[in-house]
Design a protein around this ligand. Structure first.
Ligand SMILES: NC(=O)c1ccc[n+]([C@@H]2O[C@H](COP(=O)([O-])OP(=O)(O)OC[C@H]3O[C@@H](n4cnc5c(N)ncnc54)[C@H](O)[C@@H]3O)[C@@H](O)[C@H]2O)c1
Ligand SMILES: [Zn+2]
Ligand SMILES: [Zn+2]
Length: 376
């Protein structure tokens, strides 16, 4: 079918809405009529080239929710009319990682930046001129319709607002899981969240819900710091340097058992400062991303060894999409997880560049694209 999508044809150029052609669902694929797509910072890394896809043009978007419009052969878990979250992490349920409870490391993940569908290694999306289109993480939620493998979709209750559900395709499980799973925050621990945007605010809620004693939020944007205090941070600082002395005072020199790094642009030169506010025996969870080609890190190895610290990478917060997405949404439903206040602004698809500018200007915790009759 003909539809449209937000494409990138080269790095550092704005998103452009172009006509695209989406193929019919093949075996184990489903077609989704999209309702909402979250604007995560990782799509901005596609624009800068920090996260390089295998080719151009790229169709952006890896966080979204919609309604199943068509199912391919062999699909048994979904039927037309089901409401789903599109998870940027596919989980096949069969590979060793899925079988061992690490679905966030599903073998399908190897294909996330390749552009081809995991079902048969062909391209499902083309431009009007017939070029292959490379969708972000097997999805491409910046289009009103998508065809995805069933491993990338998670069925949800029909009474959940789509914009709320959309955030559970990446930001919410990634942030919440960075604290609760990768960080394993325990009651009474002191925690720092470095960067309280979309992912960081979910991490902050994960730390608060886990019973952290002090939760220090660090972000250069004053409005973000104010929001963090509303979401349960016990103190907020503009930089790690500014926070370090206060954290030392509050924790009597112990520092933070867990530090969760969710800054928009990660740089290796900052790692030592994050490890500096991590307690001995503590863990610094690195969830934020920078340029994939950067490999220089500043890190005092003696302090790493002698104070037995851990530096822990985290994809999707260590969460399991098919288990955690419904659970997080059920927590939203009973008022234990505040997703609604994380949605600062909603946009039409053609306002995508404005939405990303608002993110970069520090005006949004999360911006969401809402699809309407005009898009379908
Ligand atoms: N590992 C994963 O699975 C995964 C998943 C989603 C997003 N990400 C990455 O997580 C990061 C955050 O994503 P987001 O959507 O929340 O972005 P965002 O832009 O909403 O939030 C980033 C926040 O970091 C703050 N910040 C910038 N520089 C800082 C610094 N030096 N110190 C402290 N705070 C700083 C910004 O003001 C902003 O509030 C991005 O790098 C994104 O690519 C990783
Ligand atoms: Zn994301
Ligand atoms: Zn798997």
């Amino acid at each position: 079918m003909k539809t449209k999508g937000a494409l990138l044809r080269e790095h550092n150029k704005p998103w452009a809405i172009e006509e695209i052609e989406i193929g019919d669902p093949k075996a184990h694929e489903i077609k989704i009529k999209m309702e909402a797509a979250g604007m995560c910072h990782s799509d901005h890394h596609l624009m800068t080239g920090g996260i390089p896809m295998a080719g151009f043009p790229i169709l952006g978007g890896h966080e979204g929710a919609g309604v199943v419009a068509e199912v391919g052969e062999g699909v048994t878990d979904f039927e037309v009319g089901d409401h789903v979250v599109l998870s940027f992490i596919p989980s096949c349920g069969k590979c060793p990682s899925c079988q061992s409870g690490m679905a966030n490391l599903c073998d399908f993940g190897a294909m996330l930046l390749q552009g081809e569908a995991v079902s048969d290694n062909t391209f499902r999306i083309h431009t009007a001129a017939g070029e292959n289109v490379y969708p972000m993480t097997l999805l491409g939620t910046f289009a009103p319709y998508m065809v995805v493998h069933e491993a990338s979709a998670v069925k949800i209750d029909k009474d959940i607002p789509f914009e709320i559900a959309a955030l559970c395709g990446c930001g919410i499980p990634t942030g919440y899981g960075s604290s609760t799973r990768s960080g394993d925050v325990r009651p009474g621990e002191d925690v720092a969240i470095v960067g309280v945007g979309g992912v960081g605010t979910a991490a902050l809620q994960g730390a608060v819900i886990s019973g952290a004693r002090n939760v220090f939020a660090i972000d250069p944007v004053e409005w973000k710091r104010e929001q963090a205090l509303k979401f349960g941070a016990t103190a907020a600082f503009a930089s790690v340097e500014e926070a370090a002395m206060s954290i030392a005072e509050t924790t009597h020199g112990g520092m933070c058992q867990k530090v969760v790094v969710t800054v928009g642009e990660v740089h290796g030169k900052d790692v030592d400062s994050w490890m500096g506010i991590t307690a001995k025996g503590g863990t610094c969870v690195l969830t934020g991303m920078g340029n994939m080609l950067e490999s220089d890190v500043t890190l005092n190895l003696a302090m790493l060894t002698l104070l037995q610290k851990n530096l822990q990478g985290s994809i999707f917060g260590g969460a399991n999409p098919k288990l955690d997405i419904p659970q997080l949404l059920s927590m939203y439903k009973i008022g234990k997880l505040n997703i609604a206040d994380m949605i600062t602004r909603q946009y039409r698809l053609d306002q995508i560049n404005e939405g990303y500018q608002d993110m970069l200007d520090g005006r949004n915790i999360r911006g969401v694209i809402r699809y309407t009759e005009e898009d379908w």
